[in-house]
Design a protein around this ligand. Structure first.
Ligand code: ABN
Length: 175
């Protein structure tokens, strides 16, 4: 740069880097690098990474939502909306979701965790009649409505006719 005129900005950065270079000994740089590497080694196991390497998600995508053995249907008592013009968690066109529902607990075999799954009826059309599934895990006899799932939840709606049932994961059960 000798013999050339430097702009104030060039001047500033030249001075700054010179001061930085003088203050940073090779030993200091190595010590700092060591600290960063040690920190990374401690923090890495704590980071929320998918230790299942995406297998749980892949299994989920492979499940057939029109079959009763889909794990999240374990406590189902009704006809699958996925066979009736809707999907596992969406009512078919022309129906409306029931205001009440039944909540069961199902184990997802691919990650070994228990999930709370709500079973909600789709109302306003006559029964779809397809894919009738009766998992009924956790159900108790019909003398108490809160623990019995053989119930037309559309009875809480204005349109009380039952068409089919959707299932939605609403939480992870306490371990
Ligand atoms: N919740 C499904 C259902 C609907 C009508 C009758 C029994 C069960």
């Amino acid at each position: 740069m000798r013999g050339m005129t430097m702009s104030p900005l060039d001047d500033f950065f030249a001075n700054f880097s010179r001061r930085l270079a003088m203050g940073a000994s090779r030993r200091g740089v190595l010590a700092r690098l060591g600290q960063v590497m040690a920190g990374a080694a401690v923090m890495t196991p704590l980071l929320p990474v998918d230790r299942n390497f995406g297998r749980a998600r892949a299994n989920e995508l492979q499940m057939d939502a029109t079959q009763c053995d889909y794990w999240k249907y374990c406590s189902m008592d009704g006809q699958l909306c996925s066979c009736c013009g809707g999907s596992a968690n969406e009512c078919p066109p022309g129906t409306e979701i029931s205001r009440a529902s039944w909540v069961g607990t199902c184990r997802n075999g691919s990650d070994g965790r228990d999930y709370l799954v709500s079973y909600t009826d789709c109302c306003g059309r006559s029964s779809c009649g397809l894919c009738d599934c009766h998992g009924n895990v956790g159900e108790r006899p019909g003398y108490s409505m809160g623990i019995h799932n053989d119930v037309n939840w559309c009875m809480a709606n204005k349109e009380t006719s039952y068409h089919c049932t959707v299932s939605v994961i609403v939480g992870v059960a306490d371990q």
